[in-house]
Design a protein around this ligand. Structure first.
Ligand SMILES: *Cc1c(COP(=O)(O)O)cnc(C)c1O
Length: 367
């Protein structure tokens, strides 16, 4: 085992509570309006937490449908589940055979993609499954209004395809009562009314919490499964999934007027102490946390002193009654500060904190 990270030799420890993830999935299952099922979005390696492990936990809870972002992500997970795996980024040109071979379901984002998939269905003389994505205001992916009208006028375009769901995606569902959400719902109703026989999917994590009218036939939660708050205007209804701790490397006495780190951007106001912690931007501890974030030693919030470097960060511990000892650890994400609050200090969102989680952590998965 030479060279591999062990619990003892690690610089930092990431714990993923798969039981909490499964409980979070169950919350969506229970919450889903009658007749509506809950899928799981496991793109970007399950938001950085490990897609294989997340998938196994979700399989245990009978998750019927999965979404990934890319065909590579889908291929990597294909042998681990019999359930449908849909690719949100669309049908890549030149990758059609891969989708067929790996039994990946494209989310078709344009008439051109629909045509290419349909051609394959005709060629292979098999019905090919797909989702069709309507853009309802985000202007990111999906058929626009004109394409939707064209599709309706020419239903033969879909011949040979089995359309599992027609879907769209909210831009502002994480903001309470946002008018954009209501508008997107109206546009989605309008577009899907043209295809009354096809099932529908609209809500991401936040959308599912906005209103049961947004549930339709399939929920597509991602972030909330991993413990992020889908209702930022009130307390987080989800169970925490991620804990991150990092090793204290050194504790040193500092003098009034001393500075900390690159650029000497932090100055100690009195004689005190500084602790150096094994966590840097190479671990996804964002540089924007320099002089802004904090780490917890026990219940005490220790302010980050100076810039975050690649492999280390310095915190001011002068105010502590008992100074830490090298080899002890500090909480980065845990009961005192969750990924959402760390994100706030970094000027970003919890999604970016999770998907940036580094590769140097000792990772432990709890059942
Ligand atoms: C990422 C994504 C989701 C999941 O969104 P969360 O906010 O993480 O719940 C759902 N649908 C689409 C189209 C997505 O891209």
């Amino acid at each position: 085992m030479t060279g591999s990270i062990t619990n003892k030799s690690a610089s930092s420890w990431l714990t993923v509570d798969l039981g909490a993830l499964a409980a979070n999935y169950n919350l969506f299952k229970d919450k889903a309006a009658p007749g509506c099922r809950a899928a799981a979005v496991i793109k970007a390696d399950a938001y950085g937490l490990g897609a294989e492990k997340a998938l196994a936990a979700l399989e245990n809870r009978g998750c019927p449908f999965y979404f990934v972002a890319t065909p590579e992500e889908g291929s990597a997970l294909r042998r681990l589940t019999q359930k449908p795996l849909a690719v949100l980024s669309g049908l890549y040109k030149g990758a059609e055979s891969l989708y067929i071979h790996e039994n990946l379901i494209p989310v078709l984002n344009s008439l051109e993609e629909i045509a290419r998939w349909q051609k394959k269905a005709v060629q292979h003389q098999i019905p090919l499954r797909a989702l069709v994505h309507f853009d309802t205001g985000m202007n990111r992916l999906g058929l626009g209004v004109d394409e939707t009208a064209a599709l309706h006028a020419e239903p033969g375009i879909l011949k040979g395809l089995e359309i599992l769901y027609m879907m769209s995606h909210f831009a502002c569902a994480d903001e309470k009562d946002h008018p954009m959400t209501v508008m997107q719902y109206a546009r989605f109703m309008e577009a899907t009314a043209l295809f009354p026989a096809v099932k529908r999917s609209l809500a991401n994590s936040a959308g599912a919490f906005c209103s049961p009218t947004y549930h339709f036939d399939l929920l597509r939660p991602g972030m909330a499964l991993y413990g992020l708050n889908p209702t930022p205007w009130r307390d987080n209804p989800m169970k925490p999934v991620v804990t991150l701790r990092a090793r204290i490397l050194q504790v040193r006495a500092v003098k009034k007027g001393d500075t900390a780190g690159y650029g000497a951007s932090y100055r100690f106001e009195k004689d005190g102490y500084a602790a150096t912690v094994a966590l840097g931007y190479a671990d996804g501890f964002l540089r924007s946390l320099g002089n802004r974030g904090k780490l917890y030693y026990g219940d005490a919030a220790c302010p980050i002193a100076g810039r975050v470097s690649m492999d280390a960060v310095i915190v001011d511990t002068g105010f502590l009654e008992r100074q830490p000892v090298p080899g002890e650890s500090m909480e980065v994400i845990g009961s005192h500060q969750d990924a959402d609050s760390l994100a706030k200090d970094a000027g970003t969102i919890g999604y970016e904190i999770l998907t940036s989680l580094g590769r140097r952590y000792y990772r432990e998965y709890r059942a």
